[in-house]
Design a protein around this ligand. Structure first.
Ligand SMILES: [Zn+2]
Length: 491
């Protein structure tokens, strides 16, 4: 009866966010341990959901669920957060000898003490479980990876899909290889070859375009050489560490030279497509003007510079300012601002209550001043909902209060939430009683995951670039640790 320990510690840390991430962001996100874990994740399209389904087909295996936690992408982990969470996991691991360990990580964890924190996790875990206990890891494809890190676990498998619709499959693949490793059928060896750029993720979807080609090429190379896995990591553009940038991670069965050959072939294809990933985007005003001029809606205007899934803070006001300046005459909505005090004020005023408000620009003045407005409270809710879409489907969420504020004199509704949360699920909007199909324009802080959920809802999605911690054009951001040999830092 193989005894396997399972833990999850996943977060993507934006080095350029003005805010650090406290442990509360994890506690209010995914946060489960022991028997809570299967209860929370069973049936969900997540790595732990995938691991549970995998284990249920293997009744001889005895799983122990250690701390499983994840928070939406945000700033670097504040002092002590990393140690608190990894300390809980390593304490659990040190209780006994394991036959196997599986870790669900992101790959771009970024703590003030450890900018390349996933490397620190695998080092600490390996030190406890010993060299002989097989260790499998799953990563997001936005992981910033290094060879030193690759040399520690036995198996690492990354997502192949962006938007991330293959979280459960990624865990399953890692566990399949882990099982073969335990039986002595395979000896995984991993080689990383780094690409020549830090790439923005906006045009790096794997559903279409250059990275869809790269995904297919990786699958072909994996098959051609009989590799255990070949993952093209796109990397996370806003993490400033020495592992920054895209790379190819090949895992072969015992043949390091073959892994090197495969990763080199794949990186060549990634480098070739680099120019297609850097484009000129419209400004917020240009995007809004185009959307309002469209004959039929709904149209989404997407500001990824403050996208929660890329370390946004739910606070940059640029896109709303452009919408207000355009004086729309058709129904529009803006999602969202993270402002718990404003949610409380709206609750105190009640439905129909009238308020003078300052929207956005609350946490920092770096990205523009707040938008001042007179509004009425259009809807209030507790902000609790279950995802119904393809991303994190089945997971429960708690916005800790939600309000819809309707502008006086303009058809603009603004969604205010008690926490900073992603905008990728239809039920997120229902928390504010916003019916997307009735809008002409939705101005939204979002990115590619949004497209996975709403491709059928909007007639058009217009990407814009505005000031924010995850701005599309990051070439002038103050990178200090990332290699300056990587494009666009070479510009
Ligand atoms: Zn990702």
């Amino acid at each position: 009866m193989p005894e396997i320990a399972i833990a999850r510690f996943a977060h993507e840390g934006n080095s350029f966010s003005p805010l650090l991430t406290p442990i509360d962001c994890f506690r209010s996100g995914e946060w489960a341990i022991g028997e809570e874990v299967p209860k929370y994740y069973r049936g969900s399209k997540t790595e732990i959901g995938g691991a549970i389904a995998w284990l249920e087909k293997r009744p001889a295996w005895k799983p122990t669920f250690l701390r499983c936690t994840a928070a939406p992408s945000s700033g670097v982990l504040a002092a002590g957060v990393f140690d608190a969470i990894i300390g809980e996991i390593t304490a659990g691991l040190s209780k006994r000898k394991w036959d196997a360990v599986f870790l669900s990580l992101h790959g771009s964890l970024n703590a003030v003490e450890h900018p390349h924190a996933d490397f620190e996790i695998v080092k600490r875990v390996r030190a406890i479980i010993g060299r002989d206990t097989p260790l499998a890891v799953s990563f997001d494809l936005h992981a910033n990876v290094s060879q030193a890190e690759a040399d520690i676990p036995d198996i690492v498998v990354g997502y192949k899909c962006h938007p991330h619709t293959d979280m459960a499959e990624t865990a399953t693949k890692a566990l399949d290889i882990l099982e073969r490793r335990i039986r002595g059928e395979v000896k995984p060896v991993a080689v990383i070859v780094r690409a020549d750029a830090i790439i923005p993720s906006l045009f790096a979807r794997t559903t279409d375009g250059p990275m869809a080609e790269v995904k297919q090429i990786a699958a072909d190379i994996e098959k051609k050489y009989g590799l255990l896995d070949l993952t093209p990591y796109q990397g996370y553009a806003y993490a400033d560490n020495e592992a920054a940038g895209a790379s190819a991670w090949a895992t072969a069965d015992g043949d390091r030279a073959l892994a090197l050959k495969a990763a080199t072939e794949l990186v060549r294809e990634m480098n070739k497509r680099r120019p297609l990933l850097f484009k000129k985007l419209p400004t917020a005003a240009e995007g809004i003007a185009r959307a309002l001029a469209a004959k039929d809606g709904p149209i989404a205007v997407i500001d990824s510079a403050d996208h929660t899934g890329a370390g946004g803070i739910g606070d940059t006001p640029g896109l709303l300012a452009a919408l207000v300046a355009a004086k729309p005459t058709k129904p529009t909505a803006f999602a969202f601002f993270h402002d718990p005090d404003l949610v409380a004020k709206a609750q105190a005023a009640g439905i129909g209550g009238r308020l003078e408000v300052r929207l956005g620009g609350r946490l920092t003045a770096l990205f523009g001043p707040p938008v001042e407005a007179e509004v009425t409270v259009g809807h209030l809710s507790d902000g609790k909902f279950v995802n119904v879409g393809p991303v994190h489907g089945g997971l429960t969420n708690d916005l800790r209060g939600c309000a819809r504020l309707d502008f006086v004199g303009l058809p603009i509704s603004v969604m205010i939430t008690g926490i900073c949360h992603d905008t990728t699920d239809d039920n997120f909007y229902k928390a504010a009683n916003i019916d997307l199909s009735k809008l002409s324009v939705l101005a939204v802080k979002a990115k590619n995951q949004f497209r996975a959920s709403f491709g059928g809802t909007f007639r058009e999605m217009i990407d814009i670039d505005a000031p924010g911690p995850a701005a599309y054009d990051f070439s002038s951001f103050p990178f200090k640790k990332a290699p300056k040999t990587l494009y666009p830092l070479t510009r």
